[in-house]
Structure formats: structure tokens, C-alpha cells
Design a protein around this ligand. Sequence first.
Ligand code: GDP
Ligand code: MG
Length: 176
Amino acid sequence: MASGDRIDYVFKVVLIGDSAVGKSQILSRFARDEFSLDSKATIGVEFQTRTVLIEHKSVKAQIWDTAGQERYRAVTSAYYRGALGAMLVYDITKRQTFEHIPRWLEELRGHADKNLVIMLIGNKTDLEDDRAVPMEDAKEFAQKEGLFFLETSALQAVNVEMAFLTVLTEIFNIIN
Ligand code: GDP
Ligand code: MG
């Protein structure tokens, strides 16, 4: 979108989940349509933006990425402040990253807005042969907790767009 175009809304969305599940690559896929197989642990950059159209309104998604603060309770409350959406990410090939999801969810709910829209994301579906988390387990958990749920591959650009657009559209609908 050309600079100077009107922005109707800015929605802050945060990425959380264990280290190495693919948060930064999911963001880079959505914001710049890029992917890197040897991405370094995130440093510095606080957020990236992409503007999308929802019902003829321009919505700027401001998406925050943890700067290597994935240890328990290391993410500061400033990170969550003002967030309207959250992407809660695990790696489908690493059972432990899924087992930590309730903990992330608790932390998220302790900090964020009541109406927060949350998407549970099982990333790395391109590694199906190494799958350690059945889709049904995650689906069931998401249903129980009232979360949206999708499996993605940042590598193959599968469902990343869908995940963000679902969250942004839901936020849009709550606000309007
Ligand atoms: P973060 O610590 O959660 O931000 O994880 P990164 O985005 O840095 O990704 C960690 C590693 O997983 C990197 O080597 C990425 O290239 C790789 N990765 C991320 N997403 C995918 C994916 O969808 N498929 C595969 N095969 N690898 C991925
Ligand atoms: Mg990262």
C-alpha cells in the first residue's frame, strides 16, 4: 500500500510460544513473504507491520515478535499491553512446545485485554513425517479454551495468511 494512504485501524497482535517453533518466520512470511531456514534468534526489532483491507477499511497489523524472551515469565507486560490479538505457536514436531501452551495461555490471559482474539498455531506441517502432536489433540484443546486453531508451514507458506486474516477480521468484527 502506498505511503500516505489512509489507515483506518491499527491492531496490535503478539506472537508467543517456545523458542524455535517458528514465530519469527511466521511473521516474516506474513509481513514480507520471506522465509529463512537458518534464522537467528530474534534480536532488536520489536514489530513488523502489514496493511490489509477488511471490508474496504485499511487495517494496519502491528505484529510483535519476542526478542528471545521465550523463557517462562520473561516476556514483559509491555509486550502484551494493548494487544488485541495473539498467535500462540507450537511446533508440531516437538511435543514439549505443545505441552507448554497452557502456560503461555495463562500468562497471556493474565496480561491482555478481555476481548483478546487468540489463534493457536501448530507450525511446520511440512515436517509431517516427524509429527509428534496429532491435529486432533490441538483441535480439542483449542475448542475447550475457545481459541481459533490452524496448522501452518511458514516454509511452504501454508495457512499463514489465513491465520492472520482470521484474527484481524475477528478483531475487526468485535470492534465494529
Ligand atoms: P522462533 O524462535 O519461534 O522465532 O523460531 P524461528 O522463526 O527463528 O524458527 C526456528 C527454526 O525453525 C529456524 O531454523 C526456521 O527456519 C525453522 N522454521 C520456522 N518455520 C518453519 C516451518 O514452517 N517449517 C520448517 N521446516 N522449518 C521452520
Ligand atoms: Mg524468533
